[in-house]
Design a protein around this ligand. Structure first.
Ligand code: ACO
Length: 431
């Protein structure tokens, strides 16, 4: 393949074709292969879509080599310093940061839609108490379309704002209720008195015998962590949302698919895995060298959880912020957390080990977030649920962007077939 400024020439045994080279707003180039199969009969083979741009998007910019993450042009550090999660949700979903009045209206709308239909509340009680909260979350988000079917009934455009704010608001309530269900506790309704993050913590931790008083540092930590998770362009769960959306599925169904994709240990489930790994190292008294050797051993399926990233080949900018926050939270505690010490030693040894250096493996966002959640009293099984709450505005923004994409098509990759040629079915008794 030869690439000139705006044109790439593909030389195949049968023919030669010109393909357009696109240069995006940041100067990155891609080859437009939309006409490839039609013109040549060939398809491309790209497991994991590592080299494939599936859409054009203006929501999030990630530069994995330089460790840059921006939402709609704003640097993640800047957003964390200046905004709370509701403002960032507004930015992602509506395209701009809100002014004071818009901020107030948005927060009020989120409060107004935060209650759950009474039948939906009852629905929670039928889950076994040991159900993973991600299974409750994904099922409940999918069932929102049964309880709030307007989006399927009338012109979706009229209902988009309503549906989006319902989802942003109710998913927080669902997340908190899944924790209460897991712990056999009565549900605590959202309250007008609290901000978005305070409300969530109150719904999680308030009991009639132990009134919850918001800890400003915990509220700040939750805001920060939700912002850090709010979007990350075409990651596995966001791609799942877009793929489901491409069949014209409604927002709730598409987001439920995102929750399921996020659950896996190579994606949003990694924060839980990091915590379990740190607890295990502590409980078994493993040395850092033993853990690193295990992670490097190709015969051992163990990976150093919270390390490595498909896109970041340098330090994940979110991990830098999480590490700082982690220190701040733990400095405010009276006890020192041995898990932080283990995490920092692991990081130090890994970052100077040739195996990790050669493969550009750095801590990712999940490496420190688990320790922060742990310090806030949030159990491991809820970590991915919190990740999902944070990622929600991103999923919604991508769902909306897909709806307005003039080039939208149902997602339908091809394959390189590796099965048998044609065969005849023998009668059952001869098989
Ligand atoms: N520990 C040890 N070795 C690793 C790790 C790790 N955490 N991550 C990657 N490697 C090695 C692989 O074994 C492979 O080695 P090889 O070239 O000798 O075969 C090489 O690094 C490249 O790894 P891939 O899996 O091909 O990289 P990919 O980009 O496909 O995967 C992923 C990225 C899934 C995140 C991977 O690094 C991983 O499994 N990390 C641990 C899980 C994790 O922390 N996930 C959270 C990601 S962030 C997020 O979702 C928010």
């Amino acid at each position: 393949m030869d690439i000139e400024k705006n044109k790439a020439t593909l030389i195949l045994p049968e023919k030669e074709i010109n393909l357009t080279v696109l240069t995006d707003n940041m100067g990155d180039r891609s080859i437009d292969i939309t006409s490839l199969r039609k013109e040549t009969g060939y398809i491309t083979y790209d497991p994991g879509f590592v080299n494939t741009g599936s859409c054009m998007s203006s929501i999030c910019y990630v530069n994995g080599e330089q460790g840059i993450l921006r939402y709609r042009g704003y640097d993640i550090e800047d957003l964390v310093e200046q905004c709370d999660f509701v403002e960032v949700a507004h930015l992602l979903v509506k395209g701009e940061l809100p002014n004071l009045e818009e901020r107030h209206l948005y927060a009020e709308m989120l409060n107004r839609h935060s209650l759950l239909h009474v039948d939906m509340r009852n629905f929670f009680r039928d889950f076994p108490q040991d159900a993973h909260p991600m299974s409750i979350l994904s099922a409940m988000v999918a069932s929102l379309s049964a309880f709030y079917p307007e989006i399927a009934d009338v012109d979706p455009e009229e209902n988009v704002d309503l549906t989006v704010s319902r989802l942003l608001s109710k998913m927080r309530t669902i997340a908190a209720f899944s924790y209460r269900q897991m712990n056999g506790l009565d549900f605590v309704d959202p309250s007008y008195k609290f901000s978005y993050c305070e409300n969530f913590l109150n719904m999680m931790f308030h009991t009639s015998v132990n009134a919850y008083v918001p800890d400003p540092l915990h509220v700040k930590a939750l805001n920060t962590l939700l912002i850090l998770h709010a979007d990350h362009e075409q990651n596995c769960s966001t791609s799942a949302v877009r793929l489901v959306a491409s069949s014209d599925a409604n927002l709730y169904a598409s987001v439920a698919a995102g929750c399921c994709a996020l659950w896996g240990s190579k994606h949003g489930g990694a924060n839980q895995e990091v915590m379990q790994m740190l607890l295990e190292i502590h409980a078994q008294g493993l040395t850092i060298e033993e853990v690193i050797a295990k992670a490097k051993d190709k015969d051992d399926p163990f990976r150093l959880h919270g390390f490595g990233h498909r896109v970041y080949k340098t330090y994940d900018p979110r991990a830098k912020i999480a590490k700082r926050l982690c220190r701040q939270i733990l400095d405010s505690e009276t006890h020192t957390d041995p898990l932080l010490k283990i995490a920092m030693e692991l990081e130090e040894v890994a970052l100077s080990d040739p195996y990790f250096i050669e493969r550009n493996l750095y801590p990712n966002v999940d490496f420190y977030t688990g320790i922060i959640f742990h310090a806030m009293g949030i159990p491991e099984s809820m970590f991915t649920v919190l990740f999902a709450m944070g990622r929600l505005p991103g999923w919604i923004a991508h769902w909306l962007e897909w709806r307005h994409d003039p080039y939208q098509k149902i997602g339908r990759p091809r394959q390189v077939y590796s099965g048998p040629h044609v065969r005849k079915v023998s009668p059952l008794e001869d098989r």
